[in-house]
Design a protein around this ligand. Sequence first.
Ligand SMILES: C[S@@+](CC[C@H](N)C(=O)[O-])C[C@H]1O[C@@H](n2cnc3c(N)ncnc32)[C@H](O)[C@@H]1O
Length: 208
Amino acid sequence: MKTRTDLLNHLAAKHNLKRYLEIGVQDVNQNFNNIQCELKRGVDPNQVGRPDKDGCVIIHTTSDDYFKQHSELFGNETYDLIFIDGLHTAEQVQKDFQNALKCLSTNGFIVLHDCNPLKEEHTIVPRPTERGHWNGDVYKFACELGLYFEKFNVVDIDNGCGVWNWAGMDIQKDSDGWDGTWNHFDQNRKKLLNLISWDEFIGTNPHL
Ligand SMILES: C[S@@+](CC[C@H](N)C(=O)[O-])C[C@H]1O[C@@H](n2cnc3c(N)ncnc32)[C@H](O)[C@@H]1O
């Protein structure tokens, strides 16, 4: 079964993406240490484990705080691949996305995790319990991107990985919109998210 790590490494290899930023790292051994990029940065107030190589830095704070300090910490460093997987609310993900755009390189990609929740009970905000499966309501922001950009695609793996890059920036989709309800999302997710399979992602989408 393909994972977010496979998707991130596919993009990195295909587009020669060298500088990686992960928002929300948790345990480095799950994803961060398995990303094949030369330079890696991470942000997470509660991260555990040691980064796999010299030069990797993980900042122990929230994404809002990190983006405020970015230039102080890393000057005008930009990233080719930014993975947003921190606090899973639509509001926070939108902020993370907007901040990520400011330090995304000109051929850069942003990947959003948890865009395709399977059950409404996994989307309740605020998170009802510390444990158990939770996607949050990231899908609401993913729908906005999906409705607006024809070239924003959610790949149907690992809770849904949304992929955005500058190539899709100018393209506005002609769309009927979303009524904001779970049922409408559930019945129209393919169209709302521009949902594609892994095979479509690696095969037929030249911009991805
Ligand atoms: C789902 S985990 C990340 C998993 C990891 N990206 C992976 O692929 O294995 C979410 C992480 O986001 C962190 N987090 C929560 N709120 C955050 C925030 N405001 N800014 C950055 N990270 C946050 C949590 O501490 C948690 O470790």
